[in-house]
Design a binder for this molecule. Structure first.
Ligand code: ATP
Ligand code: MG
Length: 610
């Protein structure tokens, strides 16, 4: 339950709404408990006026609520006939019911609306927190898990902040008011009538716990069936080719059988719920009539009292029966809030420095014997990596897969902090530079370029806030993708991604490059962004973006070494260490890894050219 404490700030934020909601609950219940009193009065009055047998003039005082008492004084003060008074009372009861309903409406309007606002705020809180968390967090948690916490858990918590609080307050208010008026009328009878109530609440709670447990089990079986079915549909080709239809059917049948059994069990226990409730309510009513009847005969209470009590008991039926339901809503909400808190209490490892600096970025980059170990796997990706880049230089990082190239640029973007050494941009350590300022100064094309489900134009203009078609077009032209975009049905307005056209691997890469080029920044990083285009297109793109590169520092990661002759520095990485570095010519002279790569790619290129 302590997990729900996290919600306190929301209740504080909406305290007035909550207070007004609780006020409405009180008022609606107040009107509710007046009706039985008016009914009691009218029975009493008819008995008295018509001098019916069994009327107990000396029985206990009527003890009506002040409003009811005033009503009685008014109608009795006039010279109305019995029939008129009965009619007036009838209309009054109707009006009371309407008022009760009206305030119930207001109560839902305030409390349910409050819960929706809290849900909205909480969703935003969770989303904003997710955005702050670092790359390491996203590696450690699955997207499915993040999504389900954001959607399902938040809405389960809403069941607490809305319906559960409403029903609970309503129940407490109603019990307090009915018991108050019953007790005022006849303390003894009240005790008798309420005696089965604790037992009722306990039974409902127990039964509900079982229902809760069984329905969770049922839910688990259902999701097993769904996963089973989904896998057999998407893997249908494998299943058929391995002739495993029978086995899959057997699987499915076993799960379905379990589901049927669970569901039957649940139905059994559920069918116990209402009869047991009716039983307890029945016992209460019976006690009222029996004991009350004896007391009427002995002249202790009036007939009207019995009628009032029976109506009160019936009013309590629904709220009391909702106890179990409310309890399980609260349990679920607490479990969900616990899951949410786990993430909300995760502090991002990469945070903006206290006294963040915003140096003018010219593009000088320095890695000072940087080492890095991935926190989640313990893989040592970089050892004492040192590299110094002057503003405007073009640097290529090459090396075998897994040699640490992507790691170098992730450290530059401060997606991770190095475990040893330091990275500096324009002489300032990254840890002291304002994060947004730093990242804003780097145009980055990640290795697994991601496009949003949106138009091509908005994807390209993503980093600049507004869509300036002029710069979008020139970026696309430089990335050698303009012509292809123009051949799409709607040109730059074509939707890409899940709901739109599917771009080829090479087109996706070039749109990603265009996006980086459209963002004005002093540093450009291309992480293997040309892997899906052939060497000639790569050369063409590099020539095209020559103008962009001239003013910027650029780091190009690539596996293709044929187009690197114009680079100022070429760094060859091997198992996280610098194996060689120099210019194209000097590396060829060294006759090491680079020269080897160059020769083998040249031979391959010649073969494909034939
Ligand atoms: P490629 O050419 O295949 O892209 P790379 O040179 O970019 O390879 P990196 O991605 O830097 O290689 O990876 C260096 C090492 O770090 C590898 O051994 C890899 O398995 C490991 N590694 C990379 N990313 C992570 C991660 N997020 N968590 C844990 N280990 C990682
Ligand atoms: Mg990589």
């Amino acid at each position: 339950m302590k997990h729900l404490r996290h919600l306190r700030k929301y209740f504080v934020r909406y305290r007035w709404r909550l207070a007004v909601g609780i006020f409405f609950i009180l008022v609606s219940n107040y009107f509710g408990v007046l009706a039985p009193q008016v009914t009691g009065f009218i029975i009493d009055y008819v008995q008295r006026a018509l001098k019916l047998p069994g009327y107990q003039p000396k029985a206990e005082a009527a003890n009506y609520d002040v409003l009811v008492q005033r009503f009685i004084d008014t109608v009795e003060g006039r010279e109305y006939s019995v029939g008129t008074i009965v009619a007036i009372a009838g209309v009054t009861i109707l009006v009371l019911a309407l008022l009760r309903g009206l305030f119930m409406f207001f109560m839902r309007q305030t409390i349910i609306v409050m819960s929706r606002r809290i849900e909205y705020d909480q969703k935003n809180e969770v989303y904003a927190h997710y955005q702050k968390l670092d790359a390491g967090f996203y590696k450690a948690n699955s997207v499915g898990d993040l999504m389900s916490r954001m959607a399902e858990d938040v809405s389960r918590v809403r069941m607490f902040t809305g319906p559960a609080i409403m029903y609970l307050t309503n129940l407490v208010a109603l019990i307090a008011m009915t018991v108050f008026f019953m007790y005022k009328r006849s303390p003894e009878l009240t005790l008798y009538v309420l005696s089965p109530l604790p037992l009722l609440a306990f039974t409902i709670y127990r039964v509900n716990t079982v229902i809760h447990r069984r329905s969770e089990a049922l839910q688990a079986t259902l999701s097993a069936i769904t996963v089973n079915a989904q896998q057999s549909y998407s893997g249908i080709r494998v299943i058929k080719s391995f002739v495993q239809e029978r086995a899959m059917e057997g699987f499915f049948e076993a799960n379905s059988e379990k589901y049927r059994r669970d569901a039957t069990e649940l139905a059994k226990i559920e069918s116990l719920y209402f009869p047991s409730m009716a039983l307890f309510i029945g016992i209460s009513t019976l006690l009222t009539i029996m004991i009350g009847g004896l007391q009427v005969i002995s002249g202790e209470i009036r007939l009207a009292t019995i009628v009032e009590f029976v109506i009160y008991i019936n009013m309590l039926t629904f709220p009391v029966s909702a106890i179990g339901w409310t309890a399980s809503m609260i349990q679920r909400a607490a479990a969900s809030q616990k899951r949410l808190n786990e993430f909300l209490h995760t502090e991002p490892l990469i945070v903006n420095p206290e006294e963040a600096q915003k140096p003018a970025l010219h593009g000088a980059i320095e890695f000072r014997s940087v080492s890095f170990v991935y926190p989640n796997t313990g893989i040592r990706a970089l050892h004492e990596f040192s590299l110094s880049i002057r503003p405007g230089e073009k640097v290529a990082l090459v090396g075998r897969t897994g040699s640490g190239k992507s790691t170098v640029v992730q450290l530059l973007l401060r997606l991770y902090d190095p475990t040893g050494g330091e990275v500096l941009v324009d002489g300032v350590p990254l840890r002291r530079i304002d994060l947004a300022h730093l990242r804003g100064g780097i145009s980055y094309v990640p290795q697994d370029g991601f496009l949003f489900s949106d138009s091509v134009a908005r994807n390209i203009a993503f980093g600049s806030g507004t869509v300036d078609m002029e710069s979008v077009r020139s970026a696309a032209t430089a990335a050698a993708v303009h012509n292809e975009i123009m051949s799409f049905p709607k040109g730059y307005e074509t939707l890409v991604g899940e709901r739109g056209v599917t771009l080829s691997g090479g087109q996706k890469q070039r749109v990603s490059i265009a996006r980086a080029l459209a963002k004005p920044s002093p540093i450009l990083v291309l992480d293997d962004s040309l892997s899906a285009v052939d060497t000639r297109t790569e050369r063409a793109i590099l020539d095209h973006i020559e103008a962009y590169l001239r003013e910027r520092t650029s780091i190009v990661i690539t596996h293709k070494v044929l187009s690197l002759s114009g680079f100022d520095q070429i760094v060859v990485l091997d198992e996280g260490r610098i194996a060689e570095s120099g210019t194209h010519d000097s590396l060829l002279k060294q006759n090491g890894i680079y020269a080897e790569m160059y020769r083998s790619q040249l031979a391959q290129d010649d073969r494909t050219a034939i």
